[in-house]
Design a protein around this ligand. Structure first.
Ligand code: NAD
Ligand code: NA
Length: 403
């Protein structure tokens, strides 16, 4: 079969396995020529390792100077009669192949990270593959649902405001159009459920569980990723349901930091830049901001993707020669601000000017729509240089690839 892109709304319904391989290789190439990570963790567990910031954290640690062995957990779909499977499935496979070529261990665990069996599998893998301990736990899950362990029912996260409804243009990647959409006000229940799914509770459960199993090394650290953004986006993000969940995550970092101090460890949240990922395309009314932001940051030469953000986090901010908490640069809330270039006042001034003029008619010219769409296609392995998209690929040849 020839694998073609299929997009429904903002969801990609197909992916190109060898395009995903190429995208992983490109990230590896980037970190190999970037400023290397010094004093980095050698044994790393990444929860949410198959795409976005989690995959970039894993690549940075293995190939960007730390030479880390890793275990990656993700929820992905393999090939079947129904289709080729998900991009993250192939990212896992090709990352492991490259890591093994470089003499590194890369174990992939595919399953529900919220479940007890997957926690058990991870502990077994740490014992079997990483010599019994990890030095860093990256928490980079992004999902819309989490099972309630007591009832088996699902908590669903929603992307809504907590104040007035907001009307804003929202992108459709299938039709290349912007359409007016209303972001409604969430109920108290919806806020609470979103905090359950995207807040810090599961992160804390993981650290507790790993701690009880005795697999956290002396000095073990943990990091999770957050977004805050500029004031123009506060109504839909920072002051919305997702922002509430992130606030919970920030508080959780402080609790975990106190707990980990007992073994000389630390917990941080890194606040990242707005980027195109499988998760972020769902945020309604957010795209005009991102289109303007990409345009301005590219013009200024400060635009970064996931891999640039993660390599800069780990080669510049996160690790210090001696593991001293006071040496990690943070803001007064103890957050590591990787969104510093995004929030640069000059950038935000220009972004506001563009946004004020942006409409459904001119957004492809005023904003960086081409760049945004290219990033979205690349997430699914399409549009990458050096890939033969006319290649006839058999399902059997994909089924034999194991994570
Ligand atoms: P992503 O969709 O690219 O990655 C999510 C990962 O979680 C994937 O590996 C997926 O397989 C895994 N996952 C989801 N549900 C799972 C489950 N039940 N069990 C196991 N694995 C599961 O997302 P991302 O954008 O990289 O987001 C990661 C974090 O970064 C999130 O906390 C997000 O809020 C944050 N963040 C994102 C942005 C952005 O612009 N994209 C900006 C700042 C912060
Ligand atoms: Na991720």
């Amino acid at each position: 079969m020839i694998i073609e892109p299929v997009i429904k709304g903002v969801v990609a319904r197909s992916c190109h396995p060898y395009g995903c391989q190429q995208a992983v290789r490109k990230q590896i190439d980037y970190v190999q020529q970037a400023k290397p990570i010094e004093h980095g963790a050698k044994r790393v567990l990444v929860l949410g390792a198959s795409s976005g910031f989690g995959l970039a954290s894993r690549i940075a640690h293995t190939f960007g100077g730390a030479e880390a062995d890793t275990i990656g957990v993700s929820f992905e779909r393999g090939p079947s009669e129904k289709g080729v499977g998900s991009a993250g499935w192939y990212n896992n496979i090709f990352f492991r192949q490259e890591a093994e070529k470089a003499g590194r261990i890369a174990t992939n665990i595919v399953g529900d990270a919220f479940s007890q069996p997957v926690r058990q599998q991870v502990i077994e893998a740490i014992n079997k593959d990483l010599g019994g301990q990890v030095d860093l736990v990256v928490y980079s899950l992004a999902t819309g649902v989490r099972p309630n362990p007591e009832t088996g029912e699902m908590w669903h996260s929603v992307i809504k405001t907590t104040g007035q409804p907001v009307v804003g243009p929202t992108l459709n990647l299938e039709t290349d159009s912007l359409a007016e959409m209303t972001v409604e006000k969430a109920t108290e229940q919806e806020i609470a459920d979103t905090v359950k799914v995207m807040g810090g509770e599961d992160w804390a459960d993981w650290i507790q569980c790993l701690s009880e199993a005795g697999v956290l090394a002396q000095g073990c650290r943990t990091v999770a990723y957050s977004y805050i953004g500029p004031e123009v986006t506060y109504p839909i993000y920072h002051h919305g349901t997702l922002g509430r969940a992130k606030e919970h995550m920030h508080t959780t970092a402080d609790t975990l930091n106190t707990q980990l101090a007992a073994i000389g460890g630390q917990a941080h949240v890194a606040v990242c830049k707005a980027l195109v990922t499988k998760a972020s395309v769902f945020i309604p009314a957010f795209t005009p901001y991102m289109l303007a932001l990409f345009k301005v940051m590219k013009q200024k030469g400060t635009h970064e993707g996931c891999i640039e953000q993660m390599q800069r986090l780990f080669n510049g901010r996160f690790y210090t020669l001696i593991n001293h908490p006071q040496d990690v640069p943070t803001d007064e809330q103890r957050l590591i601000r990787m969104d510093d270039w995004e929030l640069d006042p000059e950038v935000q001034q220009q972004v506001s000017e563009i946004m004020a003029r942006m409409s459904a008619e001119n957004f492809t010219e005023l904003g960086d729509y081409a760049g945004y769409k290219q990033d979205f296609m690349a997430l699914n392995g399409f549009g990458l240089a050096g890939v033969d998209y006319q290649q006839d690929i058999s399902l059997d040849s994909l089924i034999v690839l194991q994570p």
